[in-house]
Write a protein that binds this ligand. Structure first.
Ligand code: HEM
Length: 497
């Protein structure tokens, strides 16, 4: 009797759960049926791949590259607990990235929350649209070119000077510090932070990036009780809090009501001469509020801090890695380095840098070709909020879509000698949609002009003063990918010009 009653209760409970989640269940079923119908490796061998990625036997991006080469333009890939539809045909991913229903990111970027909070990079829907409306105009070329003059200086040069004519050394710490200074001045108008505090913050940000990636490839770490067993949980909570405190302390506007945070007295100087990006943030909000009557355009103080945090993550990581890859390319291809140096010497003639950077064709080609081979954001992903019709099929609502920029940029169908470094290939026009280092469509990179100007300034400053050489070649470059693609080492030797 007791067993009978228990069985009835369980059946009723299951029916209730099923009814409540019926819609979700059918959506999931439809999704799974669709993904399984796609060409791809068997589910068993995909799971083995996924486990090998989790155990670091296989590199995620190389594995995705191999899958797309083997199964073509529309395939599937298991990553953690999710199955992704992988798109590599420009017509297909263009349809997704330009569609409002292909705009949703929050769920696929859940593991990045500790680094980015709910800032513009993770926001979706109306909140995302509003944040772009606020931020996009703040990134205009007029503001940016004023900063360039400031960076055309001897910033952080002491790190390099002590290595001139010495053995091989790692250029990365120099580039990291330069990028950190650039972030501080351009976004919040701070001229520098004591070295020890700065290094600690950069270190904490790196730990959070590693942690976010671990949770992508090892989904069991997303369960707090398992994560606690690894002993890293406390460390990550401290890192996240340090980062949030740092952002609050440098933010140009403080809120008395924001009590969750510690005030910290970093040893820093406010830079008075230029108006940095986030000093204009609330003016933009007011402007938008004045023109739009409905309340959907509200941003909170937390959103503002999260947006600064997103810029910190974006600027610090992309500028550092893009500059590192370019310097590696130039140290390996010394003929390209010399050709670029000639362009620099002719263009500047010992002059200030300012806007001339934009009119340097060879510098542009080197920049573009490096980002083709090493797209700093190697993969982008979405979850669809409605069905999206492609030429060959309809992607169902709710499905996860992955666009592997790395694989697209190295696809021999789109690129002649794809694994070689040939800046000249960008001297003629190429298909706009097969070259997407900054993404495309409704969520393309708002910082692309900024990135070019800053990276170009650093490269010009370096090449005007020094010659760089390294050992090895393009095939020896070891990369690591967490959320961004990074060279493992940037070792080279330098001599004065
Ligand atoms: C070489 C440097 C950079 C590369 C390769 C790069 C690449 C990208 C890519 C591929 C996306 C699209 C992501 C997606 O569709 O899911 C993106 C978005 C974004 N990038 Fe960059 N980025 C770079 C530099 C920067 C810089 C310097 C900033 C800030 C000044 C920045 C700010 C952003 C923001 C805020 C977004 C989110 C836009 C949105 O979701 O609406 N990026 N970036």
């Amino acid at each position: 009797m007791y067993i009978f009653l228990t069985t009835i209760v369980i059946i009723l409970f299951m029916t209730f759960i099923f009814e409540v989640n019926k819609k979700k269940f059918y959506k999931l079923k439809k999704n799974l049926e669709f993904v399984i119908s796609l060409p791809g490796a068997s589910i068993f061998s995909s799971l083995v791949d996924s486990l090998q990625i989790a155990c670091n036997y296989k590199e995620l991006i190389n594995c995705i590259d191999a899958v797309t080469k083997k199964y073509g333009n529309l395939t599937r890939f298991i990553l953690g607990t999710d199955i992704f539809v992988v798109l590599t045909k420009p017509e297909d991913y263009k349809l997704v990235l330009t569609n409002v229903n292909g705009n949703y990111k929050s769920s696929v970027t859940q593991t990045w929350k500790a680094i980015l909070g709910d800032g513009i990079i993770r926001a979706s829907g109306a909140s995302h649209k509003l944040r772009r409306k606020i931020i996009h105009p703040l990134m205009n070329i007029k503001y940016l070119s004023e900063y360039i003059t400031y960076f055309d200086s001897n910033l952080c040069m002491d790190i390099l000077e002590k290595n001139v004519d010495g053995p091989m050394f790692d250029l990365k710490p120099y580039i990291e510090q330069y990028a950190f200074n650039i972030f501080l001045v351009t976004t919040v108008g701070i001229q520098g932070i004591a070295n020890k505090d700065g290094l600690d913050i950069l270190h904490k940000q790196k730990e959070l990036f590693k942690d976010a990636y671990s949770k992508v490839i090892k989904p069991w770490l997303r369960l707090n009780w398992i994560f606690s067993l690894t002993g890293n949980r406390k460390q990550m909570c401290i890192a996240e809090k340090t980062l949030i405190d740092f952002i609050y302390n440098i933010s140009p506007r403080k809120s008395e009501n924001y009590t969750a945070l510690q005030r910290n007295n970093y040893n820093m100087t406010i830079f008075q001469e230029l108006k940095p990006i986030f000093n204009n943030y609330w003016d933009r909000v007011e402007e938008i509020r004045a023109n739009v009557s409905n309340k959907s355009c509200d941003v909170s103080y937390e959103n503002f801090l999260d947006d600064i945090r997103n810029f910190f993550a974006a600027i610090q990581n992309t500028i550092t890695e893009a500059t590192s890859f370019i310097m590696l390319m130039l140290a390996i291809h010394t003929d390209v380095q010399e050709k670029l140096r000639q362009e620099i010497l002719v263009t500047f003639n010992n002059d200030k840098i300012a806007q001339r950077l934009l009119n340097m064709p060879y510098l542009n080609m080197v920049f573009q070709e490096t980002l083709r081979l090493f797209p700093i954001v190697p993969i982008i992903s979405r979850q669809l909020t409605e069905d999206i019709k492609l030429e060959s099929c309809t992607l169902p609502e709710g499905c996860y879509v992955m666009i592997p920029i790395f694989a697209i940029h190295r696809n021999p169908k789109y690129w002649y000698k794809p694994l070689e470094f040939i800046p000249e290939r960008f001297s003629s026009t190429h298909c706009r949609y097969t070259y997407i280092p900054f993404g495309m469509g409704l969520r393309d990179c708002v910082g692309q002009k900024y990135a070019f100007l800053i990276v170009a300034t650093i490269i010009v400053n370096l090449l005007r003063r020094y010659r760089f050489v390294t050992v090895g070649n393009l095939n020896n470059i070891k990369t690591t990918a967490d959320i961004v693609l990074r060279p493992q080492h940037v070792k080279m030797s330098i001599t004065r010009i």
